[in-house]
Design a protein around this ligand. Structure first.
Ligand SMILES: C[S@@+](CC[C@H](N)C(=O)[O-])C[C@H]1O[C@@H](n2cnc3c(N)ncnc32)[C@H](O)[C@@H]1O
Length: 137
Protein backbone atom coordinates (compact mmCIF):
# COMPACT_ATOMS: atom_id res chain seq x y z
CA UNK A 1 0.00 0.00 0.00
CA UNK A 2 0.92 3.64 -0.37
CA UNK A 3 0.92 5.94 2.61
CA UNK A 4 0.14 9.57 2.04
CA UNK A 5 0.05 12.74 4.02
CA UNK A 6 -3.07 14.35 5.41
CA UNK A 7 -5.99 14.47 3.03
CA UNK A 8 -6.62 18.14 2.25
CA UNK A 9 -10.36 17.98 2.88
CA UNK A 10 -10.27 19.00 6.50
CA UNK A 11 -7.40 20.14 8.65
CA UNK A 12 -7.45 16.93 10.69
CA UNK A 13 -4.39 14.66 10.79
CA UNK A 14 -5.95 11.87 8.78
CA UNK A 15 -3.64 9.53 6.94
CA UNK A 16 -4.95 8.02 3.75
CA UNK A 17 -3.59 4.54 3.02
CA UNK A 18 -4.26 3.08 -0.39
CA UNK A 19 -4.41 -0.67 0.03
CA UNK A 20 -3.99 -3.39 -2.59
CA UNK A 21 -6.87 -5.75 -3.30
CA UNK A 22 -7.16 -8.90 -5.39
CA UNK A 23 -8.00 -8.50 -9.04
CA UNK A 24 -11.44 -9.71 -10.00
CA UNK A 25 -11.74 -10.51 -13.69
CA UNK A 26 -15.09 -8.71 -14.12
CA UNK A 27 -13.34 -5.43 -13.47
CA UNK A 28 -10.32 -6.15 -15.67
CA UNK A 29 -11.36 -3.58 -18.27
CA UNK A 30 -12.48 -0.92 -15.81
CA UNK A 31 -11.41 2.48 -17.10
CA UNK A 32 -11.00 4.96 -14.23
CA UNK A 33 -10.93 8.05 -16.46
CA UNK A 34 -14.14 7.05 -18.25
CA UNK A 35 -15.75 6.22 -14.91
CA UNK A 36 -14.79 9.60 -13.46
CA UNK A 37 -15.94 11.39 -16.60
CA UNK A 38 -19.29 9.57 -16.64
CA UNK A 39 -20.09 9.96 -12.97
CA UNK A 40 -18.18 12.82 -11.39
CA UNK A 41 -18.39 15.72 -13.80
CA UNK A 42 -21.61 17.58 -14.74
CA UNK A 43 -24.42 16.73 -15.35
CA UNK A 44 -24.11 14.01 -12.68
CA UNK A 45 -21.94 16.21 -10.50
CA UNK A 46 -24.07 19.34 -10.57
CA UNK A 47 -23.59 21.05 -7.23
CA UNK A 48 -26.23 23.66 -7.93
CA UNK A 49 -29.00 21.06 -7.62
CA UNK A 50 -29.80 19.06 -4.50
CA UNK A 51 -31.78 16.74 -6.77
CA UNK A 52 -28.56 15.70 -8.40
CA UNK A 53 -27.09 12.36 -7.28
CA UNK A 54 -23.63 13.62 -6.32
CA UNK A 55 -24.69 16.42 -3.92
CA UNK A 56 -27.29 14.00 -2.52
CA UNK A 57 -24.58 11.41 -1.78
CA UNK A 58 -22.35 14.07 -0.21
CA UNK A 59 -25.19 15.26 2.01
CA UNK A 60 -25.99 11.71 3.15
CA UNK A 61 -22.32 11.15 4.02
CA UNK A 62 -22.04 14.51 5.83
CA UNK A 63 -25.17 13.79 7.89
CA UNK A 64 -24.07 10.25 8.68
CA UNK A 65 -20.63 11.23 9.93
CA UNK A 66 -21.95 14.33 11.73
CA UNK A 67 -24.32 12.09 13.70
CA UNK A 68 -21.25 10.57 15.38
CA UNK A 69 -22.71 7.09 14.97
CA UNK A 70 -19.76 5.94 12.90
CA UNK A 71 -16.47 6.48 14.64
CA UNK A 72 -13.22 4.73 15.46
CA UNK A 73 -9.51 4.99 14.72
CA UNK A 74 -9.39 3.54 11.23
CA UNK A 75 -12.01 3.64 8.50
CA UNK A 76 -11.64 1.04 5.73
CA UNK A 77 -13.37 1.93 2.47
CA UNK A 78 -13.76 -1.27 0.45
CA UNK A 79 -13.87 -0.64 -3.28
CA UNK A 80 -12.85 3.01 -3.32
CA UNK A 81 -12.42 2.88 -7.06
CA UNK A 82 -10.70 6.01 -8.39
CA UNK A 83 -12.70 8.28 -6.06
CA UNK A 84 -12.20 10.03 -2.73
CA UNK A 85 -15.37 12.16 -2.46
CA UNK A 86 -16.89 9.42 -0.26
CA UNK A 87 -14.17 9.99 2.36
CA UNK A 88 -14.36 13.77 2.71
CA UNK A 89 -16.87 13.94 5.54
CA UNK A 90 -15.13 11.06 7.32
CA UNK A 91 -11.77 12.87 7.66
CA UNK A 92 -12.68 14.64 10.89
CA UNK A 93 -13.85 11.44 12.54
CA UNK A 94 -10.95 9.07 11.87
CA UNK A 95 -7.21 9.21 12.41
CA UNK A 96 -6.61 6.94 9.46
CA UNK A 97 -8.60 6.08 6.37
CA UNK A 98 -7.70 3.05 4.25
CA UNK A 99 -8.87 3.25 0.67
CA UNK A 100 -8.88 -0.14 -1.06
CA UNK A 101 -9.41 -1.34 -4.57
CA UNK A 102 -8.86 -4.48 -6.58
CA UNK A 103 -7.46 -2.56 -9.48
CA UNK A 104 -3.99 -1.08 -9.78
CA UNK A 105 -5.37 1.46 -12.30
CA UNK A 106 -7.73 2.75 -9.63
CA UNK A 107 -5.08 2.83 -6.92
CA UNK A 108 -2.78 4.66 -9.34
CA UNK A 109 -5.53 7.19 -10.04
CA UNK A 110 -5.82 7.82 -6.28
CA UNK A 111 -2.04 8.11 -5.88
CA UNK A 112 -1.94 10.68 -8.68
CA UNK A 113 -4.38 12.80 -6.68
CA UNK A 114 -2.57 12.27 -3.37
CA UNK A 115 0.72 13.34 -4.96
CA UNK A 116 -0.93 16.23 -6.80
CA UNK A 117 0.46 14.96 -10.09
CA UNK A 118 -0.51 16.42 -13.45
CA UNK A 119 -3.62 14.74 -14.83
CA UNK A 120 -5.00 13.96 -11.38
CA UNK A 121 -8.76 14.24 -11.15
CA UNK A 122 -9.82 17.58 -9.68
CA UNK A 123 -11.83 16.88 -6.54
CA UNK A 124 -11.81 20.53 -5.46
CA UNK A 125 -15.47 21.23 -6.38
CA UNK A 126 -16.39 18.25 -4.18
CA UNK A 127 -14.20 19.51 -1.34
CA UNK A 128 -15.71 23.01 -1.60
CA UNK A 129 -19.22 21.57 -1.61
CA UNK A 130 -18.55 19.40 1.45
CA UNK A 131 -17.08 22.41 3.30
CA UNK A 132 -20.23 24.35 2.40
CA UNK A 133 -22.69 21.71 3.61
CA UNK A 134 -20.62 21.17 6.75
CA UNK A 135 -20.83 24.91 7.40
CA UNK A 136 -17.13 25.68 6.96
CA UNK A 137 -17.68 28.42 4.43
C1 LIG B 1 -18.70 0.94 -8.62
S1 LIG B 1 -16.99 1.15 -8.15
C2 LIG B 1 -17.22 2.33 -6.84
C3 LIG B 1 -16.13 3.36 -6.81
C4 LIG B 1 -16.30 4.51 -5.84
N1 LIG B 1 -16.33 4.04 -4.45
C5 LIG B 1 -17.49 5.40 -6.13
O1 LIG B 1 -18.22 5.71 -5.21
O2 LIG B 1 -17.66 5.81 -7.26
C6 LIG B 1 -16.64 -0.36 -7.25
C7 LIG B 1 -15.15 -0.58 -7.05
O3 LIG B 1 -14.96 -1.61 -6.09
C8 LIG B 1 -13.83 -2.41 -6.45
N2 LIG B 1 -14.04 -3.64 -5.67
C9 LIG B 1 -15.12 -4.44 -5.71
N3 LIG B 1 -15.01 -5.41 -4.77
C10 LIG B 1 -13.85 -5.16 -4.08
C11 LIG B 1 -13.19 -5.80 -2.99
N4 LIG B 1 -13.71 -6.88 -2.40
N5 LIG B 1 -12.02 -5.30 -2.54
C12 LIG B 1 -11.51 -4.19 -3.12
N6 LIG B 1 -12.09 -3.54 -4.15
C13 LIG B 1 -13.24 -4.04 -4.64
C14 LIG B 1 -13.83 -2.41 -7.94
O4 LIG B 1 -12.54 -2.56 -8.50
C15 LIG B 1 -14.41 -1.00 -8.27
O5 LIG B 1 -13.37 -0.07 -8.46
Amino acid sequence: GHRAGPAPAAGAATNLVIHDGRLQSGYARFDPRAYLQNNYVPPRADFSSEECVVPWKLRCLAETFASGEICGRTLIDVGSGPTIYQLLSACDHFEEIVATDFLEVNREELRRWVRGEPGAFDWSPFIRHVCKIEGRG
